[in-house]
Write a protein that binds this ligand. Structure first.
Ligand code: 5GP
Length: 191
């Protein structure tokens, strides 16, 4: 998506050799127009799959999951929670996800009440790195005997194996921008 590619080129920063920092428009400050456009792009890519709901992980996947769900006709968004809180009680689906950015293992969980059995689920997230978050969400959908109709990510890091992992599981993966490398803090983004 041209607008996202331009935003990454103009406002993104590479940290070390594998972290893409896009706090200016996606991970701290939100460029609402861009996030709405991303939602429309995901909706266009996956509308034929007729998802019942959009599933993401808190917190940074929520914005694009929301605009996608709105563009798909205001279907629900469910976001997996990362911490055990007293708000998440009773029966939950749970999976373990190693967080690439925080270097810790999170238990991500979704209340069974919000993920009806047999749902057609579109997974949306901000980044695809090693595929841990998305495959944890796939695991949760499988526990609910649902179907993942696809995985949409705003930014794919091509130098990490997330796509190969998800495609190896039979998933269709759509990314809106692809970072192929980091050179001295500068992000190299595919056209
Ligand atoms: P994965 O689970 O595919 O290894 O990593 C994806 C998750 O980690 C996303 O939910 C995202 O929040 C975070 N993440 C991975 N790589 C990056 C990155 O380079 N920049 C940012 N901002 N988040 C990342």
């Amino acid at each position: 998506m041209k607008e996202l590619v331009n935003a990454i080129r103009m406002q993104g920063v590479g940290v070390g050799d594998d972290i893409v920092k896009v706090d200016m428009f996606l991970n701290h400050r939100l460029d609402t127009e861009l996030v709405v456009q991303m939602g429309k792009a995901f909706a266009e890519a996956f509308a034929d799959e007729k998802p019942d709901l959009v599933l993401t992980v808190e917190a940074s996947g929520i914005a694009s999951a929301l605009t996608t769900a709105m563009a798909l006709g205001n279907i629900p968004v469910v976001f997996a929670k990362k911490s055990q809180t007293r708000n998440v009680t009773g029966d939950v689906y749970q999976s373990n996800v190693f967080s690439f950015t925080h270097g810790v293992e999170n238990h991500v969980r979704v209340s069974k009440a919000y993920l009806p059995q047999g749902s057609r689920v579109l997974i949306i997230d901000d980044f695809l790195a090693n595929g841990a978050a998305a495959s944890g969400l796939c695991d949760i959908v499988a526990q609910a005997k649902g179907t993942v109709v696809g995985v949409g990510v705003c930014v794919e890091k091509k130098f990490q194996p997330g796509r190969a992992k998800l495609e190896g599981m039979g998933m269709r993966v759509v990314s809106l921008a692809t970072v192929v490398g980091i050179d001295n803090g500068k992000l190299i983004v595919e056209d």
